[in-house]
Design a binder for this molecule. Structure first.
Ligand SMILES: Cc1ncc(COP(=O)(O)O)c(C=O)c1O
Length: 364
């Protein structure tokens, strides 16, 4: 049985626009007279330059490198994985949609956890998949996707894909690489694990980045690298799966500005690492403060904390009280986790009094 969408099990479709940079690499020289791709290369961009600078104006004029050669080269070196196991796209969300488009037919079953990062459900439904949700494992100070239940459901429903965010959003829970090994071993052979690692960079440095059979890892520059507004992320997967993803990807989805920005932050990893260190310290401080008030705060391996309230009504009331003061925190839209509140571990969350409405409820 095929593990990808049935209409892709043939030659093609072939991307008609591999792009100028790819052509230059193939020819081994630069093409200095670009008369062939109808971009607005002669737009003076006075207003844009005045506002955002010459570099932004220069990058804005041309399509980005559809092969993201510079970013993938850096990632290959960093993780010691083959170039053709890497695909750069417009963020982890975009990669998630691409993975679903690659793997699923209309009606394919896909499995996820009830209340996890809701974009998966949104995209799966939009793709015509049959979504099956399994409950989280939940104990005091512990909230985690249930890996055995995910695998059981994959067998029971003959699923094409299982989605797991690791570390998870909104619980913050991290399953170890050994746990993921076991999950992979327990999945049906034709079922792909979409392993959303948007928060990977907040894991300890030795976290695994290897290419795994049957797994599409999704990563992003939105979190630890602070490039959410530019939309860029990457997938790590076996070259055969990456090749299938290329058949259905929007080839110029990643802007030239996003590509250049990602290269710059990858070249300045010390700044990223300092930032991660600071975020982790803030996250632990926030968790400790709320636990000291009796809050049920599971361990988080991300840039946020989750806190479980007694029930969804209490959580909604706290969220509303904070919103009335202009403070936005997140409450998952899924009823299964409506009693959870999620708070980003930014400096502002630690300002005394900022979360007063939450603190009052905890000490009541
Ligand atoms: C688990 C998870 N996956 C993906 C994303 C989206 O990442 P991107 O901005 O790269 O699309 C988020 C953002 O909150 C997330 O929490």
């Amino acid at each position: 049985m095929s593990s990808t969408a049935s209409h892709l099990n043939r030659e093609g479709p072939f991307n008609p626009f591999p792009g100028l940079r790819a052509l230059e690499r193939r020819l081994g020289r630069e093409l200095s007279h670009q008369l062939g791709s109808n971009e607005g290369l002669d737009m003076p961009h006075q207003a844009l330059k005045a506002r955002l600078g010459d570099d932004v104006a220069r990058l804005a004029r041309g399509y980005g490198d559809a092969e993201a050669f510079g970013v993938r080269t850096r990632l290959r070196q960093r993780f010691d994985i083959p170039m053709d196991a890497l695909l750069v796209d417009a963020g982890a969300d975009s990669l998630m949609a691409l993975a679903l488009r690659t793997l699923c037919d209309v009606g394919s079953a896909v499995i996820t956890s009830a209340g996890t990062y809701p974009t998966f459900r949104y995209f799966a439904e939009g793709q015509g998949c049959r979504l099956v949700e399994v409950p989280y494992l939940s104990e005091a100070q512990y909230l985690a996707p249930d890996l055995d239940a995910l695998a059981d459901a994959a067998h029971h429903h003959h699923a094409r894909a299982v989605y797991l965010a690791n570390p998870d959003n909104p619980s913050g829970h991290l399953h170890s690489d050994a746990d993921i090994d076991t999950l992979c071993a327990n999945l049906p052979a034709d079922c792909t694990l979409i392993l959303d690692e948007a928060y990977h960079d907040f894991r300890p440095q030795n976290a695994e980045s290897r290419v795994r059979d049957g797994v599409i890892r999704l990563r992003t520059f939105s979190k630890a690298h602070g490039l959410a507004g530019l939309r860029i992320g990457y997938a790590i997967a076996p070259p055969g799966i990456i090749a299938m993803m290329h058949k259905v990807r929007i080839h110029y989805a990643v802007s030239s500005l996003a590509l250049e920005a990602a290269e710059i932050v990858l070249d300045h990893d010390e700044e990223v690492q300092t930032h991660i260190h600071d975020v982790v310290a803030r996250r632990e401080q926030l968790a400790a403060q709320l636990r000291a008030l009796g809050g049920d705060v599971p361990n988080s391996a991300t840039n946020f904390i989750a806190i479980r309230m007694n029930d969804a009504d209490t959580a909604a009331a706290v969220q509303k009280a904070l919103l009335d003061e202009g403070v936005l925190i997140h409450r998952p839209p899924h009823p299964a986790l409506g009693h959870v509140l999620r708070i980003s571990a930014v400096e502002d969350a630690l300002v005394p009094g900022r979360l007063a409405a939450l603190e009052r409820t905890l000490t009541r």
